[in-house]
Design a protein around this ligand. Structure first.
Ligand SMILES: [Zn+2]
Length: 249
């Protein structure tokens, strides 16, 4: 199997697309291998069925250009930090051998998001231990980056997703059962309200604002960010402005 650049974990189908879809689209567009792993099928969701959400997840992954999609079959609403769940994640990590892993930040309003973040954090370490024998070679990703779900996170990395923002939106909109539909007779939820998209786009503008781009995605890097060239990292980005980066300060 070719090398995987990014393996993104989400608790529910739509978590990765809504919160990290920009980075997935950017990476896929460069021709690199990307994988999404949904821990549950979203079967506790107020709207839609597991079957419709699985179809929607496949359409969303295709829109982002993701190479492979997996469902881990954990129970929606009741994801637990069990040994069995960690072993499942270790096997997924070893199978794909990703450079980077994405996961929800480990403190969040929704317990499944928080638990998924904590599970992935531990599994990414355990995956490197040779004594955990599942028949696959040990593998430890270079880093796990954590994305924001409901609650704000202490992001220390902002990815400029301006060029793929509409792709990200199109991928999220594949989850038609979850979002605003004036003809739907299902109960209303926060994300099915018509003003949800204002909040969602506002968040991308808000992250972008800190580095001087139209749209951004914030990540918590969980430790110092390594580089041999800090000039290159910051080149073309302004702070607290939406100016043309070429024009400088
Ligand atoms: Zn979720």
């Amino acid at each position: 199997m070719s090398k995987t650049s990014i393996l993104a974990f989400g608790a529910h189908p739509d978590d990765v697309e809504l919160n990290a879809g920009g980075l997935m689209a950017l990476t896929s567009a460069r021709g690199e291998r990307t994988v999404i792993c949904h821990l549950t099928r979203g079967e506790m969701g107020t709207r839609g069925t597991p079957e419709t959400r699985e179809q929607e997840a496949r359409a969303a992954a295709k829109t982002l250009g993701v190479s492979e999609l997996e469902f881990l079959g954990q129970p929606d609403g009741w994801i637990e930090e069990s040994e069995a769940a960690k072993r499942r994640l270790v096997t997924v990590l070893r199978r794909h051998r990703p450079s980077l892993v994405l996961a929800p930040y480990w403190s969040d309003l929704h317990p499944d998001h928080a638990t998924t973040g904590a599970l992935v954090r531990k599994a990414a370490f355990l995956s490197g231990l040779a004594r955990i024998d599942d028949g696959l070679a040990p593998w430890r990703p270079a880093r796990v980056l954590y994305y924001m779900s409901h609650d704000p996170i202490p992001a220390d990395l902002v990815v400029d997703i301006s060029s793929v923002f509409e792709t990200k939106r199109a991928a999220a909109l594949c989850y038609r059962s979850q979002f605003h539909d004036p003809d739907s007779t299902e109960p209303e939820t926060f994300i099915s309200r018509s003003d949800f998209w204002d909040f969602w786009e506002g968040r991308a503008s808000w992250w972008g604002h800190f580095v001087g781009v139209r749209y951004g995605e914030g990540y918590f890097a969980d430790g110092p960010i390594p580089t041999r060239n800090p000039v290159e990292i910051f080149q073309g980005f302004g702070k607290y402005k939406n100016a043309d980066p070429e024009e400088g300060e």
